[in-house]
Design a protein around this ligand. Structure first.
Ligand SMILES: *[C@@H]1O[C@H](CO)[C@@H](O)[C@H](O)[C@H]1NC(C)=O
Ligand SMILES: *[C@@H]1O[C@H](CO)[C@@H](O)[C@H](O)[C@H]1NC(C)=O
Length: 255
């Protein structure tokens, strides 16, 4: 890998160096991406990082995107499956996603949840809550949600979606959470998170970016979440954001 990256870097920079010599940096080109210090001294920090040859330390904070939504709201489903998750697949190195399936749900005087789109929606929100909780450390938890919300018979397909993407936990754990106090507790936590929103949400899906919701951020999130996240990321932007030719790597496989 490292050799491949250096070869590709030389291809990128070698010609430039020949015609525009830089102040010398004491290191031969083969060492340039060895550490952040050397890359900085040789002024190739950006190139090395874009090629993932070295990592920035400390890493810049990821861009936090939180989606407050309801499982059966069509526009929530559309945004989640066609905007948020595809963006996350491309930019998971620089973004963090949090899902809060609660939306306009209410709690009645008996303490039960009453969902906008009926009991099925409450069930789905809670199944999602339980799965997100059990798979907290695994990014494929979002694949479960994508599967769930793309399917046509989502309650029936929940188990199938879960088992497609999970080898570490059993569906029985999820059902235990769903039928027990744990699921209720998670929904109450989501209720609190949703009520704590400032400004309060007036519709769903409601997006916050780094905890903030403004008309401008909201519009950008809906037009191109991808560009918004790339734009807001304060660290060295990954190649996919800048369009830099990191794919050069793939042509050279003799590493
Ligand atoms: C995102 O959230 C994490 C954890 O809450 C925090 O450490 C980080 O600074 C946040 N990122 C930004 C860009 O605010
Ligand atoms: C939700 O907030 C209420 C008070 O605002 C608090 O009593 C309760 O413990 C919170 N529940 C959770 C699960 O955070």
């Amino acid at each position: 890998m490292a050799v491949t990256a250096v070869v590709a870097l030389l291809l990128l920079l070698g010609v430039c160096r020949a015609s525009h010599p830089k102040p010398s940096c004491r290191y031969p080109p083969s060492e340039w991406c060895r550490s952040l210090e050397i890359a900085t001294a040789c002024k190739v920090q950006k190139q090395c990082m874009e090629m993932n040859a070295i990592r920035q330390y400390p890493p810049a904070p990821k861009v936090n995107v939180t989606l407050y939504y309801e499982s059966l709201c069509p526009y929530s489903r559309w945004f989640l499956t066609l905007k948020l998750l595809p963006t996350y697949i491309l930019l998971s190195d620089i973004m963090e996603v949090k899902l809060v399936p609660y939306g306009n749900t209410q709690v009645n005087t008996a303490g039960s949840f009453v969902c906008q789109h009926g009991q099925d929606e409450c069930d789905l929100d809670m199944i999602t809550a339980c799965v997100l909780h059990y798979l907290e450390d695994y990014s494929f938890k979002f694949w479960f949600v994508e599967c769930l919300l793309s399917s046509t018979n989502i309650l029936k397909d929940a188990k199938m979606c879960f088992e497609t993407y999970t080898f570490y936990r059993s569906w029985e754990d999820v059902l235990g959470c769903f039928f027990g106090p744990e699921g209720m507790g998670l929904m109450h936590k989501y209720a609190n998170d949703t009520r704590a929103l400032r400004p309060q949400h007036t519709y769903v899906p409601w997006v916050t970016i780094n905890g903030e919701h403004t008309d401008s951020l909201n519009e950008k999130a809906h037009t191109s979440l991808f560009l918004l996240v790339c734009d807001l990321y304060k660290g060295v932007k990954p190649g996919i954001c800048t369009g830099s030719p990191t794919h050069l790597n793939r042509g050279y496989t003799f590493a």
